[in-house]
Design a protein. Structure first.
Length: 65
């Protein structure tokens, strides 16, 4: 029987991940984001310049970690 591993993270980090998850779902559902909206999302990532595809890819990797 395989035991699952449980980790605990601070509420602030959990809330941040949940906000990211909502953003990602919004991006996946609405492929018609304007350049301005994409720029705002990128600014929210603290100037870490990633394309939409790179952001989605990195987020999915985080979820699977």
């Amino acid at each position: 029987m395989k035991m699952s591993t449980t980790i605990s993270i601070p509420k602030r980090e959990y809330d941040y991940l949940k906000r990211c998850e909502r953003i990602v779902k919004g991006i996946e559902e609405d492929e018609s984001l304007s350049e301005e909206e994409i720029s705002l999302i990128e600014a929210a990532k603290q100037s870490k310049s990633l394309s939409k595809g790179e952001f989605l890819s990195e987020f999915k990797e985080m979820q699977n970690a």
